[in-house]
Design a binder for this molecule. Structure first.
Ligand SMILES: NC(=O)c1ccc[n+]([C@@H]2O[C@H](COP(=O)([O-])OP(=O)(O)OC[C@H]3O[C@@H](n4cnc5c(N)ncnc54)[C@H](O)[C@@H]3O)[C@@H](O)[C@H]2O)c1
Length: 258
């Protein structure tokens, strides 16, 4: 099945996106990696071999993403799977009562712009190409998989921006599935808990240790990015998964606020 697929992974140069690109290339899919021009996307694609192709683009740019979709159309003639992993996850409090300073508006804008509007931008521009596929035996033409985060359901101090972004992506999963379902395109979101990626590596070691020992049920560790990629694979191969958010977190619960 994977040998006939063209998969676009945004944020594919690092973390959850890179793990997805790696797994899908191994399975035989053609994979297009989209990431910022400043990323090491070219190197990641080169290491993955001839079935991986890197297009530098910012998910928040209409022009760059339209060019990306045009390039995929020219190179592969089709797109079957879109995996939106490009995103940020900065932790900060809304108001610092010690310094008397509010967090800047730009800090909130950056997270919401990249995670929420970036996901919608790529999806809206790629949907037309996916819709051109011949329907399969289930009358389906493709699937869009978005990344939100368990912050959508359970978040603590410092997570206002990422919770707002994750909550938005979770909330538009069903209406987006209705919009695109008209042409047999499924929409599914994944809510990861805490995975060992470059993004999580920014956390102080003591915070990470407190989270793994007190907040993650079992197994008592951060997730491996390939375990996220495994969920992406399950969604692609199971046509009956649609219009839902799937959590993968080993029972993460941040209610204790370590
Ligand atoms: N890692 C986790 O534990 C975790 C948990 C919950 C949610 N998430 C969410 O999953 C997504 C991916 O996280 P990750 O851990 O893989 O992060 P990461 O930092 O390891 O990788 C994200 C990738 O996205 C790219 N990117 C950022 N802005 C971009 C833009 N404007 N255009 C194109 N590419 C862009 C980065 O260059 C990077 O390569 C994020 O939205 C994050 O909030 C991650």
């Amino acid at each position: 099945m994977f040998k006939n697929l063209v998969t676009l992974v945004t944020g594919g140069a690092a973390g959850l996106g890179r793990a997805t690109a790696e797994r899908f290339v191994k399975k035989g899919s053609q994979v297009v990696i989209c990431d910022l021009p400043t990323s090491n996307g070219a190197e990641v694609a080169k290491n993955l071999g001839e079935n991986a192709f890197y297009v530098p683009a910012d998910v928040t740019s209409e022009e760059q993403i339209q060019n990306l979709v045009d390039e995929i159309s020219k190179k592969h003639g089709k797109l079957n799977v879109l995996v939106n992993c490009a995103g940020l996850c900065n932790a900060y409090v809304t108001y610092n009562f010690k310094t008397g300073k509010p967090r800047t508006l730009e800090d909130f804008q950056r997270v919401l712009m990249t995670n929420v509007l970036g996901t919608l931008n790529v999806t809206r521009l790629a949907a037309g190409l996916i819709a051109r596929n011949e329907p399969d035996e289930n009358d389906l033409r493709g699937v869009v998989i978005n990344t939100c985060g368990t912050e959508a359901f359970n978040a603590v101090s410092g997570q206002v921006a990422s919770a707002a972004a994750a909550g938005a992506i979770h909330s538009f999963t069903v209406p987006l599935a209705h919009d695109l379902g008209e042409r047999g395109i499924r929409v599914v979101s994944i809510a990861p808990g805490m995975f060992r990626t470059e993004l999580i590596d920014q956390l102080p070691t003591e915070t990470e240790e407190a989270i793994t020992s007190e907040c993650i049920l079992a197994p008592n560790r951060l997730g491996h990015p390939d375990e996220f990629a495994h969920v992406v694979q399950s969604i692609v191969t199971n046509p009956y998964i649609n219009a839902t958010t799937i959590e993968i977190s080993a029972g993460l619960s941040l209610s204790m606020n370590p």
